[in-house]
Structure formats: C-alpha cells, structure tokens
Design a protein around this ligand. Structure first.
Ligand SMILES: Cc1cc2nc3c(=O)[nH]c(=O)nc-3n(C[C@H](O)[C@H](O)[C@H](O)COP(=O)(O)O)c2cc1C
Length: 251
C-alpha cells in the first residue's frame, strides 16, 4: 500500500480501465473505508461494485472513458453549500484511499449516465457524481494523454494559487507543500477555482471563481489535498467548513 503522499504524486485521472474485476480484498477494504467515511461525515457516500464482468456498475461517456467500471463511489447530497463541500472533501479522501490501493480513479460529475447506476438519492438530495475505481490501462493510452493535455492539467503556476502577505519563497515549507498538493489535485475541467490564503501566519481556503457549478466540490477537494501536503511536512490540522474558512493547526 502506497503512502498518501505517494498516491498524490502518482495520481492522474484514469480514463481507460482494464476489463477486470477489482480483487476481493480491495473491494472489502473499500466497503469498510466508505462505511467509516459516511459515518464520520454524515454524508450519503455509497460504494457500489459488481462481481459480474458482464455488468458494469456505471456507464461513463465513451467520448471520455473506455473499459468497464466494476467499482465506484456514488456521492449523494443536498444542494446546500455544506453538502457540496463535504462530498468534495470526503470523496477525495476515499479517492486517495483507492489510489493508495493501486486503483485508477477519476472524479466524474458530468460525463456519465446517472440512470445507469443503481443508487436512489433520498428526497431533496441528488447524485453529485461518481468516482469509478479500477485497474488503469498501461501504458497510458494516447487518447487519455490527449484529453489531459487539452485540459492543461498541472500547467498552472503554483504562485497563482496562493495569496499572502509575504513572498512565496518566504512561506513556511508546509504551506508551500500544501499548495503544491492542491495544484496536483483534481478539479472540475481543471478549473482550479480555489486559492490558499496565508495571512498573519494563518491559512484559509477561498473560492476565487465559479467552476461549472462545482466550485464547492473543488473547495472540499482542495482542502483535503492541502491537508495531505501539510501532513507530509509533519503539520497536522483541521479545516473549518466553508468558503474562506481556516485551517486550524494542531499544536
Ligand atoms: C468535481 C469534479 C468533476 C469532474 N467531472 C469530470 C467529468 O464529468 N468527466 C471527466 O472526464 N472528468 C471529470 N473530472 C476530472 C477533471 O477533468 C480532472 O481532475 C482535471 O482535468 C485534472 O486532471 P488530473 O485529475 O489528471 O490531474 C472532474 C473533476 C472534479 C474534481
């Protein structure tokens, strides 16, 4: 099993899955982890899987994806800001866990058929998206590389993702690594709508623009990624919820 930081460095959105059922031990680990996170968050996060190669669990758009998906997280929540942000945060936690187990993953909020997955949201809630999990095709197919290139993943300058009252080079190392983790993390159409703010020695996360209506998911994802970067440098802390909220360092 990879460390969290190794998973962050290695992760890219997987758009080509091998037609294979994930190993039973991995399925069991994911069932258990999903249960824990759903309980901790209070959010409706479900894990769905298939034991039949003829029956994938969700149909992803063939223009963006290929191969069968036999395991996926379904992220269900209300339309309020807290639900959306929590699904981002805990969805990313689950995604990183799957990545550590060696599975390919991708956040998918748009390019899939919602009716193809067997989950029924509660009254007043909706399916925000799915995270397919499976074995990534190797080597990475050219089509997938082209999609990634078109989205200009990772080309954004790290300096543009932080606002602060000191020069970038004067930031504490753990803050820089946190921002680096945000930059390496996923965001809808790679819009990266979240800035980390460093003011008076304190860290905040702020949405700087709309991102196809998914900026609150992106905020939760960015917070989870930042936390992993800080932890890699030995700093642990807890994010408060909300746009502009603080990362409270544990002393
Ligand atoms: C909230 C969210 C929704 C996304 N929805 C889709 C989607 O519907 N289809 C898709 O192909 N990729 C989707 N993605 C994946 C992004 O395009 C991808 O994360 C981004 O381009 C960065 O590339 P990387 O993940 O390889 O670093 C989504 C990502 C996020 C965070």
């Amino acid at each position: 099993v990879m460390t969290q930081w190794e998973a962050i460095e290695k992760r890219v959105s997987c758009r080509t899955f091998r037609d294979m059922l994930p190993a039973r031990e991995l399925i069991d680990s994911l069932i258990e982890r999903t249960r824990e996170l759903a309980e901790e968050s209070g959010a409706d996060i479900r894990f769905v899987y298939s034991t039949d190669i003829g029956r994938p669990v969700v149909k992803l758009s063939p223009s963006m994806f290929s191969g069968g998906v036999y395991a996926a997280a379904a992220l269900i929540g209300g339309t309020d800001p807290l639900s959306a942000e929590k699904l981002g945060y805990y969805g990313e936690e689950l995604l990183l866990y799957a990545a550590r187990l060696g599975l390919g993953t991708c956040w998918v909020a748009g390019t899939y058929e919602p009716d193809s997955i067997d989950v029924r949201p509660a009254e007043g809630e909706r399916l925000w998206g799915v995270i397919p999990m499976g074995y990534a095709a190797e080597p990475t197919p050219m089509k997938q590389k082209m999609i990634r290139g078109a989205l200009r993943a990772k080309s954004r300058k790290i300096e543009s993702m932080i606002q602060g009252d000191c020069a970038f080079s004067d930031l504490p190392g753990w803050v820089r690594t946190g921002v680096e983790a945000v930059r390496m993390g996923p965001s809808a159409v790679n819009g990266q709508p979240v800035n980390i703010v460093y003011e008076g020695g304190r860290v905040f996360a702020r949405i700087i623009k709309d991102n196809h209506g998914l900026q609150l998911n992106d905020l939760g994802i960015a917070k989870r990624q930042f936390e992993a970067g800080a932890a890699h440098c030995g700093v642990s802390g807890t994010w408060q919820w909300g746009d502009g909220a603080q990362f409270v360092v544990r002393q």
